[in-house]
Design a protein around this ligand. Structure first.
Ligand code: ADP
Ligand code: MG
Length: 271
C-alpha cells in the first residue's frame, strides 16, 4: 500500500440498520482522518455507535451514504483483488478473545490460520509464530496449547498477535480491554501502547472508557448519539474539554491513577 499522509479518510459517513421506513440511522454524517502511524481514539457511551463505526471501517457494514477510504482504496467500492488486499490490510482485534479463538485449535494453528487461511501450516510458519508470541510476551510453547489453558489476558495477547501478524496497514481495536479483569486491563493497554509505537501502527482504538482511550491515543473523537461532538489531540481534550458531553464523560472517569475500574455505564444516565 502506498505511503499516504492519511491512512484512513472518513467522509460524510451515514450508516443505517434496516431498510425502508423501518431504517434507523445510527451514524449521522461523520468525517474524520487518521494520519498514517497515528492512533485515533473513539470514545462514547454504550449505544453511541462505536461498534457500528468499527464494522463499517472493516467493511462488514455498508454505509447508506458517505465513504471510507483506507490506504487510498474505497472500502465500499473495492472489488476482487483490491478487496482481498484490503481484508488483509485492515485487521480488527476483537473484544472477547475467548469467542474469537476456536477452542479446538492450538494457539499455533490460530496464528498459522491468520497468516494463511487456506493452508494453515504451523511448521511452515513456526519461526514467525514464535517471533509474534515473543512480541506479545507469551511463552513459545504456548503454540502447542489450547485457548482454555490460558487466562483472559493471555488470550487477548494471542488475539493481538493474530491481528498484527500480517503487518496490517490499519488496526481497529473495539473495546479490547472491556472483557478483562481490571488488573489485566492495564497490562494489555501497556502492550498495545508499546506495539503501536514500535510498529508504527495506524489504529482506531475504541472504548467506552475515556481513561483507557487516553493511554493509547494521539487524538480522541467523542461520539454521542452517532455524531462526533468533539475531536482533538488527546492532551487538549483532557485539559480543556469543549463539549458538555465530553465534560460529563470526564467527570465519570475515576481520577488517578489512570485506569478506570468501572463497568460499562452511561455517564448521562447517571446524572
Ligand atoms: P456502541 O458500540 O457504541 O455501544 P453500537 O454501534 O453497537 O454502539 O450500537 C449503536 C446503536 O445501534 C444502538 O442503539 C444499537 O441498539 C443499534 N444497533 C446495533 N446493531 C444493530 C443491528 N444489527 N440492528 C439494529 N440496530 C442495531
Ligand atoms: Mg460496541
Amino acid at each position: 500500500m502506498p505511503e499516504l499522509s492519511n491512512a484512513i479518510e472518513i467522509r460524510d459517513l451515514e450508516v443505517r440498520y434496516g431498510s425502508g421506513h423501518k431504517a434507523v440511522r445510527i451514524l449521522h454524517g461523520i468525517s474524520m482522518d487518521v494520519p498514517t502511524g497515528r492512533t485515533l481514539g473513539i470514545v462514547g457511551e454504550s449505544g453511541s455507535g462505536k461498534s457500528t463505526l468499527a464494522k463499517t471501517l472493516v467493511g462488514v457494514l455498508r454505509p447508506s451514504s458517505g465513504t471510507v477510504t483506507i490506504g487510498g482504496v474505497g472500502v465500499t467500492a473495492a472489488r476482487g483483488a483490491q478487496r482481498s488486499q484490503l481484508r488483509r490490510a485492515v485487521q480488527m482485534i476483537p473484544q472477547d478473545p475467548f469467542s474469537s479463538l476456536d477452542p479446538r485449535c492450538t494457539i499455533g494453528q490460530a496464528l498459522a490460520e491468520a497468516i494463511d487461511p487456506r493452508g494453515a501450516n504451523v511448521k511452515k510458519h513456526q519461526e514467525r509464530i514464535v517471533q509474534w508470541l515473543e512480541t506479545v510476551k507469551m511463552p513459545a510453547d504456548s503454540m502447542y496449547r489450547y485457548p482454555h489453558e490460558f487466562s483472559g489476558g493471555q488470550r487477548q495477547r494471542v488475539a493481538i498477535a493474530r491481528g498484527l501478524i500480517l503487518s496490517p496497514a490499519v488496526v481497529i481495536a473495539d473495546e479490547i480491554t472491556s472483557a478483562l479483569d481490571v488488573s489485566v486491563q492495564a497490562e494489555i493497554l501497556a502492550l498495545i501502547s508499546r506495539l503501536r509505537l514500535e510498529l508504527g501502527l495506524t489504529m482506531v482504538f475504541i472504548s467506552h472508557n475515556l481513561a483507557v482511550v487516553r493511554e493509547v491515543s494521539d487524538e480522541v473523537a467523542v461520539l454521542y448519539q452517532g455524531e462526533v461532538v468533539e475531536h482533538r489531540p488527546t492532551a487538549e481534550l483532557f485539559d480543556n474539554p469543549e463539549h458538555e458531553y465530553t465534560r460529563k464523560l470526564l467527570s465519570a472517569v475515576p481520577g488517578v491513577p489512570g485506569f478506570s475500574i468501572e463497568p460499562e455505564t452511561s455517564p448521562l444516565a447517571a446524572s
